[in-house]
Design a protein around this ligand. Structure first.
Ligand code: PCA
Length: 202
């Protein structure tokens, strides 16, 4: 049996609920295909999140790490293609707002995910879920943790798969937030399970 580290994020900015937190919590301990899932929730904090995902990877030694993030306003499941070596964006939960900062000094400009994202998107659509590959994870915390995991894979852990999926808001968040497209929690969770099944089969 292989190990899959799944990460979700805590709430941030104008989103009082982060649907990735509940999904990660509910997947914790499950077996999907050949993967046993170990979940962790990351803070939305530039001084902590990247170091934490690296620490979890070093402790858990997963065969693959799949991070989940909310992209409020998106209406499809969007596996990310690339992480870039930049942090830039609004204040994190500690009040820090980076401007044009490299994530890793002298790190590669960017890393493509080594997960089968085209197959995931095809499997999602076959299962009836709107999905497409995203070509930008932004420059906020989601890109930050995706970059740190892929940097580790590319420099020290060549056998580890690493990837990131941005998801739309849940209905629970949309009720609180007021103006954002949303999916049911059950569909969001099922869609992530479909991606993990595909990962296991690839
Ligand atoms: N989404 C943010 C950070 C945390 C989250 O769930 C992002 O897209 O960067």
């Amino acid at each position: 049996m292989k190990t899959l580290l799944v990460t979700g994020f805590e709430p941030f900015l104008k989103y009082p609920v982060n649907p990735t937190q509940k999904i990660a919590d509910e997947l914790d301990g499950m077996r999907i295909g050949e993967y046993k899932i170990h979940s962790e929730i990351l803070p939305v904090d530039f001084s902590q999140s990247g170091d934490l995902i690296v620490k979890h990877i070093q402790e858990i030694k997963p065969d693959a790490v799949l991070s989940l993030g909310l992209s409020g306003g998106r209406y499809k499941i969007t596996p990310e293609r690339i992480a870039i070596n930049v942090s830039d964006g609004p204040k994190d939960n500690s009040g820090y707002a980076p401007v044009d900062e490299p994530i890793v000094e002298d790190g590669a400009d960017g890393y493509f995910t080594n997960m089968p994202i085209r197959k995931m998107v095809n499997a999602l659509k076959e299962a009836g879920f709107p999905a497409e590959i995203s070509n930008t994870a932004g420059a906020y915390l989601c890109n930050n943790v995706m970059y740190r995991a892929l940097h580790l894979a590319n420099t020290e852990l060549p056998d580890m798969l690493a990837g990131f999926i941005h998801i739309p808001a849940s209905h629970e968040l949309a009720v609180e937030h007021g103006r954002v497209p949303s999916w049911s929690h059950e569909d969001l969770k099922r869609a992530i399970q479909v991606c993990i099944e595909e990962l296991s089969e690839s």
